[in-house]
Design a protein around this ligand. Structure first.
Ligand code: VG1
Ligand code: CO
Length: 543
């Protein structure tokens, strides 16, 4: 075993953001960089001695090299056992499941999620704890503190492990088990959903397109949808994970999954379309001719989950991240379910799920999940939709229309302003913060502001408080805007502006989001002084 001493030079500590640590790939490849982050993580959890971990990633550039380094470090730090996905592949929800099923102490996911991959793109590492969920803030803070003082890491000098075949081997005293990435996950899905019903749906001619975006869900979707459920070959497209995701962003939204969107909006559209992101935790749902916003998807799933065997007992409650629309609140209210609002990032759902307070969780950024694991789960959401479609025998469009007629429609859109100079983004946010106390009661761009605040979350389970979780503005007529800075970007700052407008059950549900959200957007442009700070009011991406 070698203890490598490092000069503080190349390593710059950083607090893991909403979803682990993300950096340019070349930064992670600098000698000692990945190593220091991994050692800081081991130190933060009280060492790795005698512990067991799961390791896998989304197959992006540097995935396998990083795993080899981490295995040697785990061995040198005295870990007892590491479970690795064959070929180095494991989706984020599959890692969460393996941690829980095999009762390991934690796990690492190597991914920058929906960010592009390649030597000149992004890489990332997430650490999950023994409940299968992302490390909570107390641990990420300790990891960060460790990165500030770290001056050495432990690594075993040994040969690389063959990741390509399942089976057991060892590195020093540590046992390594290479497992098929799909098997355990597929077994869990078979327990939650009525596979016979879904099989019958496909056998009856129901058509679907699943875009794996050259990322990790390819093998999962091909195995479950095509092999187990009998969907025709070719249902899953872009199914082979590639190191640069075919040159695109593996981000399942109408912008990056444009080919799928175009097909779903065409005359030749299949009945159902879906996509997932780099690490398989996000989902996009599209019906023939109709896009389902992630906020609406959460609400529809909450209203219909009982149709699937795994949720037949009903839901304990529903949680959504603060910027997510209130569509799921409307369902919870009517069905008498508990309802929670948490900061952005899946780690905040963990306590609620562990305490049995909620069964379903969701984020506007295309993340939906349940208490089956402690991560959001892209393919799970797709299977729940399929189970509901099989039970209801209606199209996605008619399920959505029924839903809006019952609960009303929460028009919703997120506008992203990317690669903004950090100072400009901070100044814009501070400018709004300074006005918070004076906004309520004023009329801006013709719209009355009814309230404004900065969101702080009080965790009802452990009592912890998280401040500065986004600026909220409410408007007359159930309009809302939220402003926050991204924690996952790797270039400058990304300003996210979330726009929402409720339309009651009897109101017009046929407007385009741009039209329905115009008044709220005009007010936000004026309140933020966006033109002055950013030199523009048009976002880079609208989802
Ligand atoms: C974004 C999303 C957030 C999500 C996070 C991780 O964070 O907004 O909802 O939890 O990505 O998703 P931010 O800070 O950039 O807004 V993923 O698929 O990385 O694991
Ligand atoms: Co992801």
């Amino acid at each position: 075993m070698t203890i490598q001493t490092i000069s503080k030079g190349p390593f710059e500590g950083q607090k893991p953001g909403t979803s682990g640590l993300r950096k340019k790939t070349r930064v992670f490849m600098e000698p000692g960089y990945l190593e220091c982050f991994v050692q800081a993580t081991f130190n933060a959890i009280g060492g790795a001695a005698g512990k067991s971990f799961v390791i896998g990633g989304d197959g992006r550039y540097f995935n396998r090299e990083a795993i080899q380094i981490m295995l040697k470090m785990a061995a040198a730090n005295g870990a007892a056992r590491v479970i690795v996905g064959q070929g180095g592949l494991l989706s984020t929800p599959a890692v969460s499941n393996l941690i829980r099923q095999r009762q390991t102490d934690g796990g690492f996911v190597l991914s920058a999620s929906h960010n592009p991959g390649g030597i000149d793109a992004d890489f990332g590492v997430k650490y999950n704890v023994s409940n299968g969920g992302p490390a909570p803030e107390a641990i990420t803070q300790t990891m960060f503190d460790q990165t500030q003082t770290i001056d050495s890491y432990r690594i075993l000098e040994t040969a690389d492990v063959d990741l390509s075949t399942c089976g057991t081997s060892s590195a020093g005293d540590m046992q390594i088990e290479i497992v098929d990435p799909v098997t355990d996950y597929a077994a869990l899905m078979a327990k939650l959903f009525d596979f016979d019903k879904i099989r019958a749906l496909f056998a009856g001619g129901f058509t679907m397109r699943f875009d794996a975006m050259h990322a990790v869900t390819g093998p999962y979707a091909t195995s479950i949808l095509e092999r187990v459920l009998g969907a025709p070959a070719g249902t899953v497209i872009n199914a082979v994970p590639s190191e640069d995701f075919g040159g695109g962003h593996p981000d399942p939204n109408p912008v990056w999954a444009k080919t799928l969107m175009d097909e779903m909006m065409s005359d030749a559209a299949p009945d159902f379309g879906a996509a997932s992101d780099g690490d398989g935790d996000r989902n996009m749902i599209v019906g023939c001719g109709v896009y389902v916003t992630p906020s609406d998807s959460l609400a529809v799933l909450a209203a219909n989950a009982q149709l699937a065997p795994g949720y037949a007992q009903g839901l304990a409650g529903v949680a959504r991240s603060m910027p997510t629309s209130a569509a799921s609140d409307k369902v919870a209210e009517r069905l008498g379910l508990a309802c929670f609002e948490t900061p952005t990032g899946w780690k905040f759902f963990g306590n609620l799920l562990d305490a049995g307070k909620v069964t379903l969780c969701g984020e506007e950024s295309a993340g939906t999940g349940s208490d089956h694991v402690r991560e959001k789960d892209g393919l799970w959401a797709v299977l729940l939709w399929l189970n509901i479609l099989a039970e209801r025998g209606q199209s996605v469009a008619s399920i959505l229309a029924d839903h809006w007629a019952t609960y009303g429609r929460n028009y919703y859109s997120r506008h992203d302003y990317e690669a903004v100079p950090t100072e400009a983004a901070n100044a814009l946010m501070q400018g709004v913060r300074d006005q918070l106390g004076a906004l309520a009661g004023t009329t801006i761009a013709g719209l009355e502001v009814t309230g404004a605040d900065e969101f702080s979350y009080h965790d009802p389970v452990d009592g912890s408080v998280s401040h500065n979780q986004g600026l909220r503005l409410w408007f007359a007529g159930e309009g809302r805007a939220v402003l926050r800075l991204s924690g996952t970007g790797t270039e400058g700052a990304t300003l996210r502006v979330y726009l929402e407008q409720y339309a009651a059950p009897e109101a017009d549900h046929g407007l385009t989001p741009d039209v329905a959200l115009r008044a709220v957007r005009d007010a936000v442009v004026e309140i933020t002084g966006m033109q002055a700070y950013l030199g523009r009011i048009e976002p880079d991406v609208k989802t």
